[in-house]
Design a protein around this ligand. Structure first.
Ligand code: ADP
Ligand code: ZN
Ligand code: ZN
Length: 754
């Protein structure tokens, strides 16, 4: 047999594949890209993915390590997934092993077998030609003779006996008794037993509902979408909150299901509510799989398998669901496409939206991005004709868009942070038995604890940040590194007992509102009260109870929910985001304001939104209120164009952090010099690429976090290829630098937080 090596992608940060010696006697043509194998890497035993074989290797023959074990007969990842994996590794300048890991559920990454995962339990097959009932346990008459002839060996007979005693067995129980998968498969082949896959059971029994008659805009959008089936075509569905985007998705995806294809629906982390899922399940009669962070590894694997084997026809999931194998994929819908949770903020910093676009292109299928407040990137693509641009400008049904009002609080007396006219309005709505939603994007009781004698402030020891006071349970908490400590009884600096909570978070606001509006029930929704799905569901239930109510919450309350009884929304403080150092600050502030505002008046009663601000004449805020998001977005795009910021340029960010301030900065200075040399070289080439603009290194907005000093270097370029051509050399360069082992660094492509 000629010499060959197996090339595998190992989940380590190095951006290359590794060669291993195949076990003796294994033919070269039995290795298929996408199979999993076990390998020794350094001191570790790792699961890796086969990418190919080769007859030569750079590794000296004596140093080649043997490959330990092959885990799959058939590839776990198919050719199209491997191609997408290569794209991810190339685009995000990440190691192929780390990238392929993203595509595989955790249980399989740890080496679990796909068969076992899928074949959870085994059940005796129902009788086909059942004989008249007897008092004996029912068995297929054929089987009475079949086992004698077809079952080979005592073990198979014994296994069959088990099923005659008990119709359903979990796989684990049978293997514990010494039965093997091969024996079980044999019984299955004979038609005696079958495997059972647990399908997720919908929380509420599905009700079938009919399509709503669409309004004109919805109808037009649907017709245009329906024309795109069967080919790659991105669309942006820009529709104000409550305009019926979801109704359009539902009617559109039915067309795709009818063609026998699968649909992938991606939603933001916070948007995957029971209401959303229920809405899909009651409208389609196909199995719907779910994938989100609340699943355990086994549930996640099950959903993955159901999508892969085609038994699930719709997958609704958050960010990482975008990697799920869907062999018959015919449509991708990505709702709230502007949402920050589509970007992963650690390890491989991918954008699920951008990856979904690449996936749709590869699969030659349409993709629909939906939002009331599209990201400037997507809007730019729609305006330049790359995406089909569909608009819904009216609220669906009888609901009217809420009236929005900026309310100046400059020189105004405030009670618990609220202006008198705002309180009076709230009273009116509550008197009319309606709900009022008060939005404040700060959880906890108060953002500051200060000594009134000496000015001491409770600060985090590990971050450049103040500790937030929480009341239930009473403690000080750093929201950046999770550091917690007890509340001191007296000032650690001057020993005075006059230490006070300053400012307002959701907890305090709830307390104070109960003083302003005694007897009005209130519900607070933030990360503390909605700690898990159950808690969150409980809160939602309260909110859906009839009668007046105050809802107090952070952006958890702002997204995706349908609260028909809310007729007034108060934004306590719109100013925090207006003067952000991040060039996306205004875009994100506007998106958040409209998301919150969108909770008002979604049913038959008109809603109103009051926005408190110290800057009531802020031009962009006024543009947003008077002319809407689209008008503001156009103005912001113009600014971006003038400043050559994304989407008019491409961006990458190199971040570094270290326990000593100077180390992170030094490394980024070296990176900067290296990049300057590189781009000088580029400029000498005849096919000039547009220049690379470097900004930094400079400290992150909060320089010290969790005890590490953070620095960043921003890279801009007019051309994507120009930018990316310097990044691979940069990553290699950084890996080669000595003396920086204390520095953690990463490259963020198309960063969202700058
Ligand atoms: P969006 O996703 O744009 O926020 P939804 O699809 O959630 O909007 O629709 C908002 C509300 O309007 C929902 O209660 C929905 O049932 C209702 N709705 C949507 N389309 C119609 C329609 N054509 N006629 C009547 N009601 C509709
Ligand atoms: Zn003091
Ligand atoms: Zn901290």
């Amino acid at each position: 047999m000629p010499f060959y090596v197996v090339q595998v992608a190992v989940p380590v940060p190095l951006r290359r594949c590794f060669d291993y010696l195949p076990p003796a006697g294994e033919q070269e043509d039995t290795w298929k890209p996408g199979q999993r194998v076990r390998v020794n890497f350094g001191q570790q035993l790792l699961t890796a993915i086969v990418v190919g074989t080769a007859h030569t290797t750079d590794v000296p023959t004596g140093k080649l390590k043997p490959l330990l074990e092959r885990l799959d007969d058939e590839p776990l990842l198919d050719a199209s997934q491997l191609t997408l994996g290569r794209w991810l590794a190339r685009y995000y300048h990440h190691s192929p092993g780390d990238v392929l890991e993203l595509m595989i559920p955790a249980l399989l990454r740890r080496g679990g077998s796909l068969q076992e995962a899928q074949e959870q339990s085994w059940a005796i097959l129902p009788q086909i030609d059942s004989e008249p009932q007897t008092s004996e346990p029912q068995t297929n008459p054929e089987l009475l003779s079949k086992p004698k002839t077809a079952l080979r060996g005592k073990q198979q007979q014994a296994l069959w006996q088990c099923f005659q005693q008990q119709p359903v067995w979990t796989h684990a129980k049978l293997t514990a008794q010494g039965f093997t998968l091969a024996q079980l498969r044999r019984l299955a082949e004979l038609g005696l037993i079958e495997t059972l896959q647990r399908l997720p059971i919908p929380a509420i029994a599905p009700l079938r509902r009919d399509d709503l008659p669409l309004n004109e805009e919805q109808h037009k959008a649907l017709m245009q979408l329906n024309q795109q089936l069967g080919r790659f075509q991105p669309s942006l569905l820009e529709g104000i909150t409550g305009s019926g985007k979801t109704e359009v998705y539902l009617q559109h995806l039915k067309q795709v299901l009818q063609r026998g294809q699968q649909v992938l629906v991606l939603v933001p982390e916070i948007g995957l509510t029971p209401q959303t899922v229920q809405r899909f399940r009651e409208r389609v009669d196909v199995p719907v799989a779910l994938m989100h962070s609340g699943l355990n590894d086994r549930e996640r694997l099950q959903a993955w398998c159901q999508c892969r084997d085609g038994s699930a026809r719709i997958l609704i999931g958050t960010r990482s669901a975008v990697f799920t194998p869907l062999p018959d994929l015919g449509l991708i819908i990505l709702d709230e496409e502007h949402d920050g949770s589509f970007k992963q903020q650690d390890s491989v910093r991918y954008s699920a939206r951008d990856f979904a676009m690449v996936r749709a292109k590869q699969a030659k299928i349409p993709i629909v991005l939906g939002s009331a407040t599209p990201s400037l990137e997507s809007l730019h693509n729609a305006l330049t004709g790359r995406y089909l641009h569909l608009k819904l400008t009216q609220r669906a049904g009888n609901a009217k868009p809420p009236g929005m009002k900026l309310h100046s609080i400059l020189h105004q007396p405030l009670t618990f942070g609220l202006a008198q006219p705002v309180i009076a309005k709230m009273q009116q709505h509550l008197d009319a038995n309606r709900q009022v939603l008060v939005f404040i994007n700060r959880r906890g009781y108060a953002p500051l604890m200060a000594c009134q004698e000496c000015g001491w402030l409770a600060e985090c020891r590990r971050c450049d940040a103040r500790l937030t006071l929480h009341q239930s349970p009473l403690h000080l908490h750093c929201h950046h590194c999770d550091f917690q400590q007890a509340v001191p009884g007296f000032c650690p600096n001057c020993h005075s007992d006059k230490i006070r909570a300053l400012g307002q978070g959701t907890e305090r606001l709830q307390d104070e509102l109960s003083m302003l509006f005694p007897h009005v029930p209130s519900t607070r929704v933030d990360r503390d009260t909605a700690r898990n799905k159950q808690a969150f569901d409980g809160l939602l239930q309260d909110i859906h109870a009839p009668g007046k109510r105050l809802l107090i919450g952070t952006q958890m309350l702002a997204k995706g929910h349908h609260f028909p009884a809310v007729t007034m929304v108060v934004i306590v403080d719109a100013d925090a985001g207006l003067f952000s150092a991040d060039f996306r600050g205004m875009e994100h502030t506007a998106q958040l304001i409209l998301q919150v505002a969108g909770r008002a008046g979604r049913a038959e009663h008109p809603g109103e939104v009051w926005i408190q601000t110290l800057y009531a004449d802020h031009p962009q805020l006024n543009l947003l209120i008077d002319n809407g998001y689209h008008a503001l977005a156009l103005a912001l795009l113009q600014e971006r164009q003038q400043q050559q910021l994304p989407p008019y340029s491409h961006m990458a960010m190199l971040r570094a952090e270290s326990p000593q301030r100077h180390l992170a900065e030094q490394l980024l200075q070296l990176a900067r010099q290296f990049l300057q040399q590189q781009s000088a070289q580029c400029r000498n080439q005849p096919d000039q690429l547009s220049p690379l603009v470097l900004v930094g290194p400079f400290p992150a907005i909060m320089e010290r976090r969790a005890g590490r000093f953070r620095q960043q270097l921003q890279l801009f370029s007019g051309e994507r290829t120009g930018l990316h051509s310097v990044l691979d050399p940069l990553v290699d360069f950084l890996h080669q630098q000595k003396g920086f082992h204390q520095v953690r660094w990463h490259l963020d492509i198309d960063p969202q937080d700058t």
